[in-house]
Design a binder for this molecule. Structure first.
Ligand SMILES: C[S@@+](CC[C@H](N)C(=O)[O-])C[C@H]1O[C@@H](n2cnc3c(N)ncnc32)[C@H](O)[C@@H]1O
Length: 274
């Protein structure tokens, strides 16, 4: 894979290496879940299981697109599926290949040239990274006729604006492209209300980290007030971007701009493979 296309996603590394999360997606929360890292791990496991439950009966071969650490792939292999993983991220390649003996495709999905066709292609929070037209074009080549594409991700509403509108596909455009390429929706679930607690927890952790930095630097800031003002001015762009990032963790803002969906598509036609 061309070096410049290889990714090293630091925010995903933060979730994995600092917070100790094996799964890199939102969680599906129940009201009684503990509001903590333990709680989010449980909710993420429930999310993964819910996704696996939607794999149509009779499926055998699976491509896990944007497979992250490979934990879902490992669970699917243990359940008897033939699984291959795909990710353009160099760290995930290492983790995945250490844990799984199965085939791994080190590339972006939009560059993937399948030499195999699968019963089910799964995109667990990875569809948002792939340009919509390429997603359905490549999926059309990778999926057997009448077989399935399972997508779980957030999408933008038509009125989305501001920092939250920077990630995610527009839902209407996504569905239009699916239809154009012969993908028919056969299961559609809105899980927004069940996933947003993941953001509330992320915000709570970020607030506590910022508070700790504030307390830790209090003496220095008092002693060197002028220098502090100068440093804050020097790093004003970075500080603004941190403030913007904090808005990304606001669950009410999320609900105003986005919808989190679990969708199963069936590829009906073969005349869409151009
Ligand atoms: C939010 S993580 C989800 C990881 C995993 N599927 C999970 O549910 O825990 C997004 C994944 O998509 C991968 N990704 C990013 N850009 C991609 C692309 N263009 N094609 C395929 N995967 C991509 C990332 O490397 C990462 O594995």
């Amino acid at each position: 894979m061309a070096e410049k296309k290889a990714k090293n996603d630091r925010s995903l590394r933060f979730y994995n290496e600092v917070l100790g999360l094996e799964r890199l997606h939102y969680g599906l929360w129940n009201p009684e879940d503990e509001f903590s890292i333990t709680g989010v791990k449980k909710a993420q496991k429930r999310y993964e299981q819910h996704l696996i439950d939607q794999i149509p009966a009779g499926s055998k071969s699976i491509l896990d697109v944007g497979c992250g650490t490979g934990i879902m792939s490992r669970n699917l292999i243990d359940m008897g599926y033939d699984v291959e993983g795909l990710s353009p991220d160099i760290n995930q390649k290492e983790i995945f290949t250490q844990q799984n003996r199965t085939r791994f495709h080190f590339c972006r999905f939009e560059d993937f040239e399948p030499d195999n066709q699968y019963d089910c292609v799964i995109m667990s929070e990875s569809a948002q990274y792939i340009p919509v037209n390429m997603l359905f074009r490549v999926a059309g080549k990778a999926i057997k006729e009448n077989k399935y594409l399972l997508v779980c991700d957030y999408f933008l509403s038509n009125s989305a604006s501001g920092p939250l509108a920077k990630s995610g596909h527009n839902l209407d455009q996504f569905m239009a492209e699916a239809g154009k390429r012969g993908f028919k929706i056969i299961y559609d679930e809105d899980i927004t209300d069940k996933v947003v607690r993941t953001l509330d927890l992320g915000k709570n952790i970020a607030d506590r980290i910022l508070l700790a930095i504030n307390i830790g630097t209090e003496k220095i800031r008092q002693k060197y007030a002028f220098l502090t003002r100068f440093i804050l001015w020097m790093f004003r762009k970075k500080i603004n971007s941190v403030q913007e990032d904090m808005r990304l963790l606001d669950s009410e803002e999320f609900k105003k701009n986005k919808i989190y969906k679990l969708m199963l598509f069936q590829l009906n036609a073969v005349d869409n493979r151009g």
